[in-house]
Structures are given as C-alpha cells and as structure tokens.
Design a protein around this ligand. Structure first.
Ligand code: FAD
Ligand code: EPU
Length: 294
C-alpha cells in the first residue's frame, strides 16, 4: 500500500516507478516507487528532515553495485546527484559522495596523487565506498580517510575525522538512515608513471580473476577470518551452479552473475543453496557481503 508523501517532499527532484534492474549492477529487483535525487546538500538535508518529521523510513542508494534488491521498495529512496567536483588542497582530496568511485581514483592518479590506486576497479559511488569501507589488494578506505561529512537520521550535518572502530572489514558504524555527503582522503605525491603502472597492474589482476563482462554485485559473501569465500565455494564444486539465469560464476566462486534474465528470487535461492553447501562441505557459515533490501 503506497502512502501519499507530504507536499514539501514532493517539491524535491524525484522520479516514480523506476525498476531496480536499472539502478543496480546486478540488474534485478522490483520497482523503486519513489526515487529522490537531490542536486544540492540543502535538498538532501530537507529530504532527511522531512522524512524524520513525518516518521517516514527511507533508504540510501549509491551506484547500486553492492545491492541485491528482493522486491518492490515503497519507502522513499535517496540517491544523491551532487555537482561533480573534486577539490585538491595539497595532497588532500575531497569529493561529494555521489562522485563515481572509479572516476575519483582516476582523478587522483591524474593529479599525481598516490593512495587510491587499489580503488580504480571498484565501481559505485564514493558514498557507498565509505559506507562499505570498500577495499582491495590489502587496502581499504579507512586507511586514507581523514574527514567525512554526513547527515544524521534527524538531518543534522556533522563533519568529523574517523575514530578507531568506526570502519572495519566491509562495514562501518553508519545506520540505514545516515547519509554520507562528502569525504576527504589524505594521499601522497607520487610519480605519475608509477601510479598509472600500479593501476594497470591491479586492473589486470581483476580482469583475469573476476567476471567483469557479466552483471554482478562484486563478492557476494565476506571472506571468513583467515579464509577465502571464493576458494571455499570453488572447492565445494559449486562454480557453474544455476538457479534460473543466476549463476555461480565459473571465473570466481564468490561472484554470482546474471546471465541475462535472472530474477531477484533466483539470486536469493542461489545464495541460500551456496551457504547450505559450503556449511555442509566445510562447516563454515558464510555471511553476505552485499546489502540485501527486502
Ligand atoms: P550501493 O550498492 O548503492 O549501496 C551499498 C550500501 O551503501 C547501502 O547500504 C547503501 O545504503 C549505502 N550507501 C550508498 N551511498 C551512500 C551514502 N551517500 N551515504 C550513506 N550510505 C550510502 N567492493 C569492495 O570493497 N572491493 C572490491 O574489490 C569490489 N569489487 C567489485 C567489483 C565489481 C565488478 C562490482 C560490481 C562490485 C565490487 N565491489 C567491491 C562492491 C561495490 O562496488 C562496493 O561495495 C561499492 O563501494 C558500493 O558502492 P555503491 O555506491 O554502489 O553502493
Ligand atoms: N580462489 C579460488 N577459486 C575461486 C576464487 C578464488 O581458488 O573461485 C582463490 C584464489 O586463487 C586466491 C584466493 O582464493 O588464492 C583469493 O581470491 P582473490 O584474490 O580473487 O580474492 P578474494 O579474497 O576472493 C577479495 C575481495 C574482493 C577484492 C579482491 C582483491 C572479499 C569478499 N573480496 O576477493 O572484493 O576485489 O580480494 O583484493 O573481501 C568485493 O568486496 O565485492 C570484492 C570483489
């Protein structure tokens, strides 16, 4: 049942009935009934304050590259569309949360700043990367993050430095209704040719180990302590297992790919089967790495 939204919310830029297949890299999910796309921080803040005032729950969407959406979402969804501006002060780089993550890593490389080479193959937005504490090849955001700005669920704007324990392996302290607005990384001056070579090396490794030509949401499960989920799934003989058009990638066991016409239910069922089989084979409980919206 769709409830009418208050007039002041409806004055903000929004779209109706957008399929999540178009909003996520996995390409499945139901319909996003209300997609709010503020183009300024003031509009984002008004959205959050109005939802809070009305007791309306909302969701925050970035590039949709770490999401499995299982059905329609009637709650308003916020996707920032802030101006595409990167600021450099010396070796500090600040960008709005809606900035493309790969484009940000490229901007750092262009500026001769080292410290984000590992990020050059991770899609989505900067906001999603901060929220997930995205990482690769022994690096993660918290190692370079020196400041971030966000809205509380009540709409208060806070700027702070990260504190110990706020960001861990693929998780952060943020709740569902915190909105990251921008983040600042502390980088170091580097030799542009070496930075480019490092980016190319990471991209090459990714290209040979991950199924980048098919729709996916990155790794589906977290690596259990001291182990690799991909190796466990592979050793259980699950590569190539299918439910409908959802498949355990034959290239990397921890990627589920959409072969074309998969449905959200197919991915939910395939995830459940993989967990069951890994538990039965190895006695290990896999925990989802992706965010699941029901
Ligand atoms: P979304 O998927 O849109 O959202 C993810 C979570 O972040 C949700 O909880 C959402 O509510 C929250 N969120 C999004 N924006 C904001 C915001 N502004 N404020 C507050 N919360 C927000 N991840 C890695 O860590 N390492 C990898 O190597 C990696 N490789 C990948 C490779 C491929 C091919 C793909 C498809 C994905 C990969 N991922 C990887 C997963 C994914 O790209 C990252 O988790 C990414 O940082 C998610 O960003 P997003 O903007 O797409 O977030
Ligand atoms: N392996 C297999 N079979 C497979 C997949 C992997 O045997 O099907 C083996 C590999 O040969 C390797 C080991 O498992 O010895 C680890 O594999 P890989 O190097 O591909 O790394 P990973 O642990 O599977 C992690 C992150 C990735 C990140 C890479 C590179 C997690 C869950 N995954 O993958 O992040 O890109 O390291 O740093 O932490 C993501 O978070 O979405 C993601 C893709």
């Amino acid at each position: 049942m769709l409830h009418p939204l208050p007039d002041d919310l409806l004055k903000l830029p929004h779209r109706r009935e957008v399929p999540f297949a178009r909003l996520t890299t996995l390409g499945v999910g139901g319909v996003c009934h209300w997609l709010f796309e503020p183009t300024t921080e003031a509009e984002a803040s008004q959205f959050v304050r109005t939802c809070h005032r009305e007791g309306l729950e909302f969701r925050v969407l970035g590039g949709g590259s770490n999401l499995v959406v299982l059905g329609d979402v009637t709650a308003p969804v916020l996707r920032l569309r802030l101006p595409f501006a990167v600021e450099c002060h010396g070796t500090e780089m600040t960008a709005p949360a809606s900035h493309g993550h790969i484009a940000l890593a490229e901007a750092a490389a262009q500026a001769g700043l080292s410290g984000l080479e590992w990020a050059s193959g991770i899609p989505g937005s900067l906001g999603g990367a901060i929220r997930m504490n995205a990482g690769a090849y022994g690096h993660e955001w918290v190692q370079v993050l020196i400041r971030y700005r966000f809205l509380t669920p009540e709409g208060e704007l806070i700027e702070k430095a990260p504190e110990p324990g706020e960001f861990q392996y693929r998780k952060s302290w943020f709740g569902r209704e915190h909105v990251v607005l921008s983040a600042t990384a502390s980088l170091v001056e580097g030799d542009p040719a070496r930075i480019r070579a490092q980016v190319a090396e990471y991209r090459g490794r990714r290209g040979t180990s991950q199924p980048l030509s098919k729709r996916n949401a990155g790794c589906i499960f977290k690596n259990p302590p001291g182990a690799s989920a991909g190796r466990l799934i592979d050793a259980a003989g699950l590569k190539g297992m299918r439910v409908g058009d959802a498949e355990v990638s034959v290239e990397h066991g921890n990627f589920l790919v959409n072969l074309g016409h998969a449905r959200a239910e197919d991915f939910a069922e395939l995830m459940a089967q993989v967990r069951d089989q890994v538990r039965a084979t190895h006695g290990v409980e896999l925990e989802p790495e992706v965010e699941i919206w029901r």
